[in-house]
Design a protein around this ligand. Structure first.
Ligand SMILES: O=C(O)c1cc(C(=O)O)oc(=O)c1
Length: 306
């Protein structure tokens, strides 16, 4: 197989010289949603992928962690790697315990494979329902995966479009392990944050006390910005009221991460330092920020740490 990959046309590469955030992250902050891409020469992109990214290595991820002031990472399997979790596992093993992972699994995964992933630091499996990223997996297969991971205390990360929640809600609620929603369930942020659509999403979070929410990706969800570029430290103002509602109602089950290296952006690539400056706008008190950035991700991913 060739490992010489050509990026999807129009691909935006991650920001090579991010600012230092003006907001100083609390000690022990966790970047609870980020990815590694390849490098393709070492960890080839999956044949069934829907996009081919630029490379984004573990060394580059850890350098960003240190530059921004995070202490730890949660590395989420990107769909361009399919169910081949080797790049994530390699990053976890190289992190010296400072990274945990979320994997993608097929239903024929064996207990020995799950155990090996657990030993490497994987603590969740991701189910993706976004059609531009993956072909739909049968729900029966997903429930088979849940049976395999449940004994290890893992959770299920779900990524879906807001419009699909009505169809998926009952299935999600039938999953007998904690759920973590990616990117706030992708609300249409041109709509009213106090309107019925976002209320439907909040109602889903209210349905069980073990449904967590990542208040991430304003750079993806924004429609009117302004973008985290050119020194803008109050970026994505249109997304703030949505994220703030979630943080204030569910302060003990929200997570934040950079989403570096930001797959599939088409409008602009944010400056990750300015993206960190988004946090105080959505979590307006030091207590809320400490929960969002330290206490919550530590409880979910490092429950045994001191
Ligand atoms: O919206 C996306 O394009 C996207 C893709 C992936 C992935 O390909 O895994 O992960 C994300 O968190 C977001």
């Amino acid at each position: 197989m060739s490992t010489d990959f050509e990026k999807t046309p129009g691909w935006l590469d991650w920001c090579a010289d991010p600012s230092r955030p003006a907001y100083r992250l609390p000690r022990g902050a966790v970047d609870a949603h980020c990815h590694v891409f390849g490098p393709g020469g070492e960890f080839p992109y999956a044949p069934e992928r829907k996009y081919t990214p630029c490379d984004a290595s573990k060394e580059q991820l850890f350098a960003l962690r240190d530059h921004l002031g995070f202490s730890r990472n949660v590395v989420v399997q990107a769909t361009c790697h399919g169910a081949d979790n080797r790049a994530v596992v390699d990053a976890l093993r190289a992190s010296g315990g400072l990274a945990r992972g979320v994997a993608t699994l097929r239903p024929d995964v064996t207990d020995a494979e799950v155990r090996e992933l657990h030993e490497a630091g994987v603590r969740g499996v991701r189910f993706n329902f976004v059609a531009r990223l993956v072909d739909a997996a049968p729900k029966r297969d997903l429930l088979d995966v849940v049976e395999k991971i449940a004994p290890y205390g893992w959770h299920v990360v779900v990524y879906f479009e807001a419009a699909d929640l009505a169809d998926l809600r009952d299935f999600f609620l039938s999953i007998p392990v904690p759920l973590v929603v990616d990117h706030m369930g992708r609300p249409d942020t041109a709509k009213d944050p106090d309107g019925p659509d976002f209320e439907t999403f909040l109602d889903f979070l209210r349905a069980r006390p073990d449904i967590w929410c990542k208040v991430t990706c304003p750079e993806r969800l924004t429609t009117s910005g302004p973008p985290a570029l050119g020194g803008e430290r109050a970026a994505y103002r249109d997304v703030v009221p949505f994220a703030r509602r979630v943080v204030e109602e569910f302060p003990d089950r929200v997570l934040w991460g950079t989403d570096w290296p930001h797959p599939n952006l088409t409008d602009h690539m944010p400056d990750d330092g300015l993206l960190v400056d988004f946090v105080p706008h959505i979590a307006p008190t030091a207590e809320l920020r400490h929960k969002l950035l330290v206490d919550n991700p530590m409880r979910l991913y490092w429950p045994d740490a001191d």
